[in-house]
Every structure is written in C-alpha cells, then in structure tokens.
Design a protein around this ligand. Structure first.
Ligand SMILES: NC(=O)c1ccc[n+]([C@@H]2O[C@H](COP(=O)([O-])OP(=O)(O)OC[C@H]3O[C@@H](n4cnc5c(N)ncnc54)[C@H](OP(=O)(O)O)[C@@H]3O)[C@@H](O)[C@H]2O)c1
Length: 332
C-alpha cells in the first residue's frame, strides 16, 4: 500500500492537526513511458505553508484532497523509461507519500557516490540552488562587500553566508538562539551573528556592519527587513528570498516601513524564485560539489523519521527547533 498525506483543509495560522489526512491507497501500476519511485527523503520547506493558501502564486495552490507537494529524493522500483533504471536515485517533487508514478519530467539524477542522499535536498538541492542563484545572480556580491543574512542558521541562509565568504565578503548572520549564533561565528567563521530574540537588531546591525550593508539576503521579512533597510549602503541590494515571519500570519502581511532607504541609497530590492534558474542547476551543483570537497561548504541537516510525524517535524521550521535543513525520512 501507498501511504499518502493529503491536504484536508486550508489552515488558518499555524497548521492544526486536522490540516492533513494520512491515508493508504493501492500502489499505482506502471504503464508505458512511466516509472514508479519510492520516496525515501522528503524535504520540509517553509514554502509548503504558502502552497496551502488559496491565492495566486508562482505555483498553483495544493488543492484540498491532493497529496501535499514536497521535494523528495527517491529510488526507482519499477520503470519503462530507459534512462531511469530500477535502483537509480532521483530528486524531484515526489510529494509526501511513499510511492509516486511519473513520466520522468522534472526529475534530476542523484549520484550517491558524491554525497549522502539527504544532501541532495540541501547543498545539492533546492536549498543550495536558492542560496547560489539568490546570492550570486540577484545579490551580486563583490569582494569586500558586507553581506547580511537572516534565517542565517537555516538551510538556505547558512549556505548563502558560506558562499559569500568564498567570494571574499564580510558576513553577518541573524538567527534565533545563541547556540545558532555561535555555530555561525565559531564553526562557519562568520564575522558576527545577531540573536534576533535577545539583541536589539537595529542597533546590532549598525555595530557589526560599520560600513553598512551591501547585500541583505532576506529569508524572514517583517521588522528584521526594516532593520536591514535602515542600514543599507549606497547601491545596496536586498534579495527577497522568503518571509517566514509572515507565513502563518492570520492578518495582512507586515509591510516594510523603511522602504524609502532604497530611494535615498539608489538601492535595489528584488525577489526571485529558484525554479527560474532550473536550466542552470548543473552549474551550481558543480561549484557546490567542488566547495564541499574543498571543505569550504558545510551542509548541516537534521533527519526525522516517519510520515506520521510530518506535522510536528514541519512545525520545527517555524519554531526554529532544529539544526540546518529539515528532512523527513519515510522509507529505507
Ligand atoms: N525564493 C525561493 O525560490 C526560495 C526557495 C527556497 C526557500 N526559500 C525561502 O528561504 C527561507 C529559508 O528557507 P529554509 O528552507 O532555509 O528554512 P530554514 O531556514 O531551514 O528554516 C526556517 C528558519 O526560519 C527561522 N524563523 C522561523 N520563524 C521566524 C521568524 N518569525 N523570524 C525570524 N526567523 C524565523 C527559524 O530559525 P531561527 O531559530 O533563527 O528563528 C527556522 O530555523 C524561507 O523563507 C523560504 O520560504 C525561498
């Protein structure tokens, strides 16, 4: 049987227990030009909260009654597609379910010799590509620039700061615990880290970014975005990657008050969606593999087990009670 997690209702605020239904259905039969994959690792992403909202976005919302959309690392169990033989591993949008039937479109090969499988949802997956293209294509850092990153100890944020350091930038992170801040400065060697729950963020950015902020990589939105805007340098760039502080909002989203800093400083604030760069993923993967092998990039992740534990694991993204990328293992 195939265990599947269906969206049962659209949540308001933090998703409650009855947001999803776990059901069992027959494992689908493989037809001509199709392949059956077993999902092993499921990527838990803040974006999944947005996909549950019934409003226009860069992807259609997940319909009530549909399998919850999610990225996966999966293995072929049966196939009539020549280039996807039985036993091979793939990365794609397999959903929160044990098995998925596909025609192979938008699945990317995974070589388990290169890195452990979960890393293909982290450094060598969407998180890594988001950090790579968001920072390098949108943020366009130059050597000596000050790069400020929020959500800095998370999956995307920690990779952004590490790439910025490779590019010769001064890097300051913003995270939610002292332990995470110590990880950024001591393990990853960043120049400074600000605990947004205990420090005065506005003042601390001024203290740790004395030459102002050339690139602000925003994962959280809300008042932290405002504080970063207040310290933007001339021609500074704000990369709008995400706004996790707003994803469970029951009211309208918090709008930035300091946006005129962009005008005064002739700055630029630009959003992006990683899927826009899909044709260039290989380019990012090559660089990321090289940097991992040289020890310049560390990809931290936490693996939790069991499709039954989806909700409590998903909510760790919002409480911050996790380290690095959050991954759910649902099969061997
Ligand atoms: N544009 C794109 O194509 C794209 C693609 C992938 C991801 N994203 C976005 O990138 C961001 C990071 O995603 P991720 O997968 O790397 O998640 P993540 O950073 O691994 O996990 C989310 C982190 O956000 C922090 N957080 C939660 N609530 C917060 C709040 N109210 N204020 C400040 N920080 C808060 C928590 O850390 P603390 O302990 O520090 O609070 C948590 O660890 C998200 O906004 C996501 O939507 C965008």
């Amino acid at each position: 049987m195939n265990k599947q997690l269906l969206l049962a209702k659209r949540p308001v605020g933090v998703p409650a227990e009855d947001t999803w239904d776990l059901i069992e259905t027959e494992i689908p039969t493989v037809g001509e030009g199709q392949c059956l994959l077993k999902n092993i690792y499921v990527s838990l992403d803040p974006a999944m909260r947005g996909w549950m909202r019934d409003r226009p976005s860069y992807l259609p919302p997940v319909s009530v009654g549909d399998v919850m959309r999610a990225g996966t690392v999966s293995q072929v169990v049966e196939s009539t597609i020549g280039h996807m033989p039985k036993g091979s591993y793939w990365q794609g949008m397999g959903g929160v379910q044990q098995f998925v039937l596909t025609n192979g479109k938008s699945w990317y090969p995974v070589d388990p010799q290169i890195a452990p499988l979960p890393q293909f949802l982290n450094v060598l997956g969407i998180a890594g590509y988001t950090a790579y293209f968001g920072l390098l294509s949108i943020g366009q850092p130059k050597e000596g620039d000050t790069v400020l990153v929020s959500g800095a100890a998370g999956s995307v944020g920690s990779l952004v700061g590490q790439i910025a350091r490779i590019k010769g930038c001064r890097v300051v992170g913003i995270a939610g615990t002292d332990e995470k801040c110590n990880y950024l400065t001591e393990d990853l060697g960043w120049d400074a880290a600000i605990n947004y729950k205990t420090d005065n963020v506005l003042k601390s950015i001024g203290k740790w970014c004395p030459d102002k902020v050339d690139v602000y990589f925003d994962n959280v939105g809300g008042p932290i975005l405002d504080a970063a805007l207040a310290h933007l340098n001339f021609k500074g760039r704000v990369v709008l990657c995400g706004g996790i502080s707003q994803y469970n909002a029951t009211d309208s989203f918090y709008a930035p008050k300091n946006y005129l800093s962009l005008l005064v400083n002739r700055g630029r604030m630009e959003g992006f969606i990683v899927f826009d760069f899909a044709r260039k993923y290989l380019e990012a993967a090559r660089d990321m593999v090289g940097w991992m092998q040289e020890g310049k990039i560390k990809g931290e992740y936490s693996v939790y087990e069991g499709i039954e534990n989806f909700r409590e694991t998903f909510l760790r993204l919002f409480s911050g009670d996790k380290r690095g990328k959050v991954i759910l293992k649902i099969d061997e």
